[in-house]
Design a protein around this ligand. Structure first.
Ligand code: PHE
Ligand code: ZN
Length: 881
């Protein structure tokens, strides 16, 4: 905790480390009232560092220093200093061993960084700068060392003792204690260090690698969760196979372990050979986890596994390079998920996240490039921009190079940089060297923040049969960045003829074998493309597959959007056309009084979707979702949340009322009573059925209420049970709502992951999630302030998903959030800082909201001893006001 202003760290100030650490020998003595950490570092001066007389500086945080020894001899207290949180030892030789003993208190660690206790077990989280909470160390990713770790603890309470690598020794100690020693043969940055001690059961399996090695796979969980590991294990094996087949990457250690912990700041962590997971991102069974949870688990297991190459074997030089591992790894897991399920649906989900949340971030006060130039607190930079936009940037390289050259590039990258800590620039260079393509302009994607806007216009010359498409790009200003240079944008498109078929895209008359879908490359502020040999004026299908993370403006008419929504050969753009049509209808209603009519064409489009069983049902399930309120807010110049909400509700109500019979038919047609399956078809069936139910309950349909009650009682899987619960919770049937909520809690109260869903379905509900009820949830016996999942499932779901309740013109929602952030800041600054996000974009809202949001930010700003994490977000949000 701090009171003075935190320091800003700049990429431009990067210096190689003054000292290197070859080897780390750790010994942990774990007790109930604390832990003693003995650390022996083999240190040498870095010959590349300019000043060979530099003092040794080791990072620390919340450590009690017990002793310092050099080469086995005690260092007198006068010969070292504790400066701030750092340990400084001047006048050290070129090569030496330093032994430092520290005392820490994992049982009181609510920040969940470093070593802490969760549900009675010890566990660690070291990324980004948590290792310094364990012992003094040069806590930066370009210092890579070999680790040997001995863990000592009470045998009865902590039978399982884990760390990275292979267990090389174990034995008994006095007083019922025991130890295990682990050795990791691969040098690694300290952020990949991990330790776990607990009473856990082990689920085992084996993976046979492409070169014929057998890898021992183990998932460790509390015994009550023993039946919930199968899906994660299967996902792990599929990931391992996929990485061999698609990237030629084989696993390198003999053991791969996953541990589930209940208290965790993020989703999961890729510690070498010992991944630690938020329980909610690993445990699943059909009766407790929804389809969405199953898919998320598969994706996160894959993500963490893929990090073994993209992140661990080749790691980041400094934290400005975070997207080197995160963007690339998200791209890898997205491709994996696409291969395991429906590629179009996966693309729709990713593009939705980008356009709703990342575009908002990129247009707000925390906007930063994929490779940031500065930060105060690195934990604040685990953002959608680093992860999702970073993945889009890698995807664009893949699109520009094509799959073969991209694979050549990734092979070269892994081979060239194996064992190194490198930069995003090294990644791009490997792609260039392997492909022969010049990506110098493309690098601006890493340097310039903000979402590029493409303004597209066209004209058709019937005499010549020529269609001209003019594309202009501009990149909005972002904090600290103006007058941006044009970026290199792969722009995929097609042109549809009147019959709905794709036309040939001939860029010259001579181009007779032209393809029907093309990736044009935009490099200038303005381009005009001429398509030849077109006998009719086409309808353009632009940015197919969301080929770049940009906004596209083109004046499609509603008829054209209807046409694209039912004919575009690109599934993504069919969905997008439907979304654009719905957005247009909602926006037009926004300004109108209650008598505004919903365009009949939209209703027709939905009727067709609901009834045409020949369509890809997975795509239909996605197309049925109306654009979210969050997306509508993001698209608005100055968002009037309540007006947008009313307009959207009006459309939803009209659709549900007009299509009542179609919805009922859809509901019954998609009844599925067989075994739970996770195929795209089965997922689509459940999704369609539950969407139909939700719409019918939106209009308080009594028949649907009965259907929901029956579904709730008889559901054989959580997707259906939750579908019924959510529909009822968002209906006006207050009595039924109370009954199912109680029944659900009674049944699932011992399962924290299900209780989290129970919290969030209420917190995100416009019917059940009024502020008074949200406050009541915070005092519910199952709510825990120290558990990030609980905090997210109530406070996060309210402020992030229940937008019409959160944005009240009396600012009550904002004050509520400010209060909770102030409270959480003392417990867990990372979580507190993340919760501030909904307030940061205050400038984008209509005046009735804006002032209240700003005042709430000021309330947070004025808290005594504000953490660096929250300080950075709040001050950047208020800057210039
Ligand atoms: N590196 C983790 C990932 O795979 C995320 C993470 C960051 C987890 C920081 C914990 C702390 O994305
Ligand atoms: Zn990651």
């Amino acid at each position: 905790m701090r009171t003075n202003q935190p320091r800003t760290i700049y990429l431009s100030e990067y210096q190689v480390p003054a000292f290197l650490v070859d080897h780390v020998d750790l010994r942990f003595e774990l007790f109930e009232d604390g832990a003693r950490v003995h650390s022996t570092l083999s240190i040498r001066r870095n010959p590349e560092f300019p000043d060979q007389g530099e003092a040794l500086v080791l990072d620390g945080d919340s450590l009690v220093l017990e002793s310092v020894q050099m080469n086995g001899e005690a260092v007198p207290e006068n010969d070292y200093q504790l400066k701030g949180e750092q340990l400084v030892v001047p006048g050290v030789p070129d090569r030496f061993e330093l032994t430092v003993v520290t005392w820490i208190e994992p049982q009181n660690n609510t920040r969940l960084e470093g070593l802490y206790k969760s549900s009675g077990m010890f566990c660690t989280q070291c990324e980004a700068e948590g290792f310094r909470c364990i012992t003094f160390f040069p806590d930066r990713p370009d210092v890579m060392a070999r680790f040997r770790t001995r863990i000592e603890a009470d045998r009865a309470a902590y039978p399982v003792l884990l760390s990275n690598g292979n267990d090389v020794d174990r034995g008994e100690l006095a007083d019922g204690r025991h130890f295990v020693t682990w050795e990791d043969p691969f040098p690694k940055p300290c952020y990949l260090f991990a330790l776990v001690a607990g009473d856990l059961v082990e689920k085992r399996d084996t993976f046979h690698t492409c070169s014929g090695r057998d890898i021992d796979l183990r998932i460790y969980v509390e015994s009550r969760n023993a039946q919930k590991c199968d899906h994660a294990m299967d996902s792990l094996k599929r990931s391992m196979r996929w990485d061999e087949e698609v990237y030629g990457r084989e696993y390198d250690l003999d053991i791969f372990m996953i541990v589930a912990v209940d208290d965790f700041n993020m989703g999961a962590m890729e510690n070498k050979g010992l991944n630690i997971f938020n329980s909610s991102c690993v445990l699943a069974s059909p009766d407790t986890a929804t389809d969405a949870a199953f898919q998320r688990i598969e994706a996160i297991v894959a993500h963490e596994y893929f990090h073994n190459w993209s992140g661990n074997r080749v790691t980041c030089r400094d934290w400005f390079q975070l997207s080197l591992k995160e963007g690339f790894t998200v791209f890898r897991d997205a491709e994996f998920s696409a291969d395991m399920g429906s590629p179009t649906v996966k693309r729709i989900e990713d593009a939705t996240l980008m356009r709703t949340a990342q575009f908002a971030e990129d247009a707000g006060p925390m906007a930063h490039p994929v490779r940031p130039a500065s930060y105060m607190e690195i934990s604040n930079f685990y953002t959608l921009t680093i992860y999702e936009k970073g993945a889009e940037v890698v995807r664009m390289i893949h699109t520009l190079l094509g799959p073969e050259l991209f694979r050549k590039g990734s092979d070269l990258y892994f081979e060239r940089h194996d064992g190194q800590a490198v930069t995003t620039d090294d990644f791009v260079r490997a792609m260039e060297d392997a492909s022969g393509r010049d990506l110098s302009q493309f690098r601006r994607w890493y340097e310039q923040a903000g979402t590029p806007v493409l303004d597209v216009s066209d004209e058709y010359d019937a005499d010549k049969g020529v269609y001209r498409l003019k594309v202009q790009q501009r990149i909005p200003d972002t904090p600290g960045q103006t007058d941006k240079q044009p970026q290199h944008i792969p722009f995929a498109l097609g042109l549809l003829g009147a019959d709905g078929a794709d036309l040939s895209l001939a860029l010259a008359d001579s181009d007779t074998e032209a393809p029907v879908s093309r990736v044009l490359e935009l490099t200038d502020t303005e381009h005009t493309f001429e398509f030849h040999g077109l006998a009719e004026r086409p309808v353009p299908s632009l940015l197919r597959g969301f080929s770049a993370p940009v906004r596209v403006h083109y004046p499609w008419t509603r008829d054209q959007l209807m046409f694209l929504a039912s004919h575009d050969s690109d599934g993504f753009n069919r969905w997008d056309a439907g979304q654009r049509l719905a957005v247009d209808v909602i926006q037009a209603l926004e300004g109108q009084a209650d008598d505004g009519e919903v365009d009949a064409r939209l209703i027709d489009a939905y009727r067709q979707l609901l009834n045409d069983a020949t369509l890809d049902q997975a795509l239909v399930a996605k197309m049925l979702n109306l654009p979210s309120l969050a997306y509508l807010i993001e698209l608005a110049e100055e968002a009037d949340v309540q007006a947008l909400h009313r307009a959207r509700e009006k459309v939803l109500t009209t659709l549900a009322e007009t299509l009542r019979e179609d919805l009922l038919a859809c509901y019954h047609r998609n009844d599925d009573s067989g075994d739970y399956q996770l195929t795209p078809e089965a997922i689509a069936r459940r999704s369609l059925r539950n969407t139909a139910l939700a719409w019918l309950l939106h209009i308080d349909d009594a028949e649907a209420c009965d259907l929901a009650r029956v579904q709730f009682d008889r559901a054989s899987n959580m997707t259906d049970q939750m579908g019924a619960l959510r529909a009822l919770v968002n209906s006006g049937f207050a009595a039924e709502r109370g009954e199912v909520l109680d029944g659900f809690y009674q049944r699932w109260q011992d399962d924290p992951q299900v209780v989290e869903q129970w919290f969030s379905v209420q917190a995100a509900s416009t019917e059940a999630g009024h502020l008074g009820k949200i406050r009541a949830l915070l005092t519910h016996p199952a709510f825990e302030w120290t558990n990030p999942n609980k905090v997210r499932s109530v406070i996060g779901a309210f402020a992030g998903q229940n937008l019409s309740e959160f944005h009240q013109d009396d600012a009550s929602g904002y004050r509520f959030l400010a209060e909770q952030v102030r409270r959480l800041d003392d417990l867990n600054p990372q979580i507190a800082a993340r919760l501030v996000a909904p307030l940061t974009r205050w400038r984008k809202f209509a005046p009735v909201y804006r002032e209240g949001m700003k005042t709430a930010l000021e309330m947070i700003r004025d808290k005594d001893g504000l953490s660096r994490d929250v300080y950075e977000v709040v001050h950047k949000s208020l800057a210039g006001s």
